[in-house]
Design a binder for this molecule. Structure first.
Ligand SMILES: *[C@@H]1O[C@H](CO)[C@@H](O)[C@H](O)[C@H]1NC(C)=O
Ligand SMILES: *[C@@H]1O[C@H](CO)[C@@H](O)[C@H](O)[C@H]1NC(C)=O
Ligand SMILES: *[C@@H]1O[C@H](CO)[C@@H](O)[C@H](O)[C@H]1NC(C)=O
Ligand SMILES: *[C@@H]1O[C@H](CO)[C@@H](O)[C@H](O)[C@H]1NC(C)=O
Ligand SMILES: *[C@@H]1O[C@H](CO)[C@@H](O)[C@H](O)[C@H]1NC(C)=O
Ligand SMILES: *[C@@H]1O[C@H](CO)[C@@H](O)[C@H](O)[C@H]1NC(C)=O
Ligand SMILES: *[C@@H]1O[C@H](CO)[C@@H](O)[C@H](O)[C@H]1NC(C)=O
Ligand SMILES: *[C@@H]1O[C@H](CO)[C@@H](O)[C@H](O)[C@H]1NC(C)=O
Ligand SMILES: *[C@@H]1O[C@H](CO)[C@@H](O)[C@H](O)[C@H]1NC(C)=O
Length: 725
């Protein structure tokens, strides 16, 4: 009763304001306010022009996001409230004129079929001077015939070993341009959002909406209402890494709102012989052969990075080789230890390998560089058309005689290992630098003998390098029709057979390289069924009965019915690919031990055990338990598998403008979404706005009137005006 008199006007105002605030935020998406005002005020606006079905939200939207390095920002973003534009389905390059000049309803949201998603068109749109609100690319259901790579022509050009100082004739891909199809789109900056859409019901709705409302007839402008699309992908970080890290620091002290995160993940590694991993730095009497592959990939869009040839072919081969070597290395310990390493973030200026080398140099790793005998890296090996693989080595370090001798021995070991297999291997036959590879980061530190195995002699065979099409189809992985998922999982494809041969060769070569006896070689063979299961799990679906046995129960929810996304994580959180490879490697190189769940989780074999945790890692996984039984809910796997940091040293050193180490960060964002709707004509919008402003003014006047005459209107229970205001 006391202050109730004032409540009426006070509660009305916020409603009016909130309607206008919404407008301010959703600028141009007037439909919502239009309807609100129409319903609320019963103003006689003709409701035919304001359709009843308001928004259609897009179900599957994959954005391009913003990344920053020491000097640049790349990627895409929308304004805070999302970009809105009138839909225009681009039919050909000539059709661009409508978007960039003649169309009367700019800005446009351009829908591109994949053949038009090329550098020439994208750069014209980029320079479209405010007439382009955004772009949506419709991904095809089959790979383009002609090849496509949004990456650069010379990947990781400035962070490998080939600098001007190392050898000026080999810097900047002077000898071989590795990725001639690269159009560099992934490294451009766009100030509008770009989304990828699947060719499905969403795109059908979009096309229909365009045909019904927007298609210019006989060159004349279409009439309102028009079909529009709104894309949200606002990015918090701007300019470069130094700027956004500085802003992170400021925010950290005031509000916990970060604007960007360093790209980073974990490397996975294991050794053929247990090593004290708590004791870091140099190990006497240890000589290790590093067998390396990379784990990550990327494409133009954020969460599609299938990396079939560029990473999966290599690391699956290495996993199969590690498995083939399990028994041989346990029975007769060769002199040298084989270190299986899987590097993360290599796509972004060698994050993982540069970190491991840095850790080895600073006594933060189980061994140091003096312990490293040689390096064998498995690169892209999925696309050998003939039986030939190519053994690449570094001509500069080979000028040193002792390095050259070791490289020759390694190549000899590889060639001996091909006997009886449908694989052969050759050196490129002319003085050519190494292709982009983690091994380059070791060479940057010192001349270490090593070889990189690839399916290409000079330029990449892979025509889809770092694109969304580097997928199962590009590796020719397909299954006979009418197979169940379980049958597909077990079906040995030709690709799997081919990679099995490569894995056998790698395993045998590693064994001799480690000092194992040649007489053992014929007993070392990789398992085609294992290879096919791995390819299926990474390139078709990770959610399958086999993988489920190999991982802890709490990770099962991370499995998907899609190909694994190999885009590197942030924050050193193991991404899906890291945890899958970690548990696979444990299964393939470790053994099941009879240890209780509690001891297993505490990294010990029994209550008295204090030492084993230095040498082994224990993980409690689901195992092959029958689906019903809830009691036997896992087994303990003991292995030498470890995670190590894959965060660029630049962030520990706070050298955000480093030219030695990767400086890539990823912007944060709040929401990624897209929707389509009809926009009323500009006149109608203006009318609606006018009505809204009228309502606001009326209610302000009313408020003023009511409050100033309150003592007359509500004479009882009144309080002094000053008490309320
Ligand atoms: C940052 O990225 C841009 C775009 O790819 C590139 O041109 C530039 O050289 C990079 N800067 C550094 C320091 O690596
Ligand atoms: C999105 O998914 C929902 C539910 O699955 C469906 O009803 C809707 O039609 C889909 N939207 C489009 C545009 O296909
Ligand atoms: C477009 O032009 C053609 C010939 O100029 C004419 O036959 C047709 O009726 C026109 N269509 C419309 C919708 O005006
Ligand atoms: C392993 O290394 C740690 C740290 O140096 C040491 O405390 C431990 O005793 C070592 N264990 C064995 C069995 O050598
Ligand atoms: C060749 O490399 C070895 C090992 O890295 C080094 O000890 C030696 O001094 C080098 N020889 C020459 C001639 O540079
Ligand atoms: C892919 O498979 C088709 C038919 O199965 C075959 O003709 C083609 O040669 C294969 N391509 C490669 C690169 O293996
Ligand atoms: C690896 O996984 C298989 C099931 O696929 C299981 O039978 C085997 O015991 C596992 N081995 C280890 C060491 O975990
Ligand atoms: C596992 O260990 C427990 C106690 O240490 C023992 O009772 C059991 O028989 C063992 N199981 C196997 C399969 O060895
Ligand atoms: C699992 O449970 C189902 C029904 O709950 C039952 O029919 C089946 O026999 C059980 N299987 C085993 C191996 O216990």
């Amino acid at each position: 009763m006391t202050s109730g008199t004032r409540m009426f006007p006070m509660s009305t105002l916020p409603v009016v304001f909130s309607a206008f605030q919404t407008r301010k935020m959703d600028l141009l998406s007037n439909k919502w306010i239009v309807n609100l005002l129409v319903c609320w005020l019963f103003v006689g606006v003709n409701s035919n022009s304001v359709e009843k079905k308001i928004y259609v939200n897009l179900n599957y939207t994959v954005p391009c996001v913003r990344l920053l390095n020491a000097t640049h920002q790349i990627g895409c973003q929308s304004s805070l409230s999302g970009n809105v534009g009138v839909l225009h389905v681009l039919e050909s390059e000539e059709n661009l004129d409508w978007v960039l000049r003649s169309g009367p309803n700019a800005p446009y949201m351009v829908i591109l079929e994949y053949p038009l998603f090329n550098r020439s068109i994208m750069m014209k749109l980029k320079n479209g001077a405010g007439r382009v609100a955004g772009v949506a690319v419709v991904a095809p259901n089959t790979n383009p015939a002609e090849g496509f790579s949004p990456h650069t022509r010379c990947p990781n050009e400035n962070t490998g070993v080939y600098s001007e100082k190392y050898d000026p004739t080999m810097a900047h891909c002077n000898v071989t341009v590795w990725n001639p199809l690269g159009n560099g789109l992934s490294y451009e900056e766009f100030d509008f959002p770009i989304f990828s859409l699947k060719d499905d019901s969403d795109t059908q709705v979009i096309r229909q909406c365009y045909l019904d409302h927007n298609r210019p007839v006989n060159g004349s402008a279409p009439r309102y209402p028009l079909c529009a699309m709104q894309l949200y992908s606002h990015m918090s970080a701007v300019t470069d890494t130094a700027t956004c890290m500085r802003r992170n620091d400021i925010n950290y002290s005031i509000t916990p709102e970060m604007v960007c995160d360093p790209l980073g993940d974990v490397n996975i590694w294991a050794s053929s012989r247990p090593m004290n991993n708590t004791a870091k730095g140099h190990k006497k009497w240890q000589s290790v052969v590093i067998a390396a592959a990379k784990l990550d990939s990327r494409s133009f869009f954020f969460d599609i990075a299938p990396g079939a040839d560029s990473s999966v072919s290599g690391f699956v081969t290495l996993l199969a080789a590690a498995h083939a070597l399990r028994n041989a290395t346990e029975e007769s310990h060769p002199n040298r230890t084989i270190l299986y390493t899987f590097f993360q973030g290599e796509t972004f200026d060698y994050i993982g390998s540069s970190r491991m080398v840095y850790d080895m140099e600073n006594n933060q790793f189980a061994v140091d560089l003096d312990n490293v005998h040689s390096v064998l890296e498995i690169g892209q090996v999925g696309l050998r058309s003939s039986p030939t693989l190519w053994f690449h080595s570094d001509p500069v370090s080979r000028r040193n005689n002792s390095v050259n001798e070791e490289v020759k021995k390694l190549i000899q070991n590889l060639q001996n290992a091909t006997t009886g297999l449908n694989v052969s291997g050759e050196e490129p036959g002319f003085s050519q630098p190494l292709p982009p590879s983690s091994f380059q980061r070791f060479l940057r530190a010192r001349p270490i003998p090593g070889v990189v195995i690839d399916d290409h002699r000079s330029t990449f065979t892979n025509r889809f390098y770092q694109s969304m099409y580097d997928n199962a189809e590009s590796l020719n992985i397909s299954y006979p029709p009418n197979m169940t998922l379980e049958e597909q999982l077990e079906y040995v494809t030709d690709t799997a057979k081919s990679l099995t041969e490569v894995a056998t060769m790698v395993a045998r070569a590693l064994y001799t390289q480690a000092g194992g006896a040649e007489s053992q070689l014929s007993s070392i063979t990789a398992d085609p069924k294992l290879v096919t299961q791995m390819l299926y799990s990474f390139l078709v679906r990770s959610d399958n009965s086999w993988i489920k046995q190999l991982i802890p129960s709490d990770l099962v929810s991370h499995l998907t019915d899609r190909p694994t996304n190999f885009y590197v994580g942030v924050f050193q959180q193991p991404s899906e690919s890291s945890f899958l490879v970690q548990h696979l490697l444990a299964n393939l190189t470790g053994s099941v031990v009879n240890v209780t769940q509690e001891n297993c989780k505490n990294q010990r074999e029994n209550e008295d055990d204090k030492d084993n945790k230095h040498f082994y890692f224990y993980s409690w996984v689901r195992g092959a338990a029958s689906p019903n039984s809830t009691e036997k809910d896992g087994v303990c796997v003991r292995s030498t598998v470890r995670q190590s940091k894959a965060l660029s040293p630049a962030f520990d050193l706070r050298q955000y403008t480093s030219t030695d180490y990767s400086t890539w960060t990823e912007s944060r964002w709040k929401s990624i979404k897209g929707r389509i709707f009809l926009v009323a004509s500009h006149d109608l919008e203006m009318l609606t706005l006018g009505v809204g402003v009228g309502v606001l003014l009326t209610s302000l006047l009313l408020t003023y009137f009511v409050s100033s005459k309150a003592d007359i209107l509500f004479s009882s229970g009144r309080e002094p005006a000053s008490a309320t205001y």
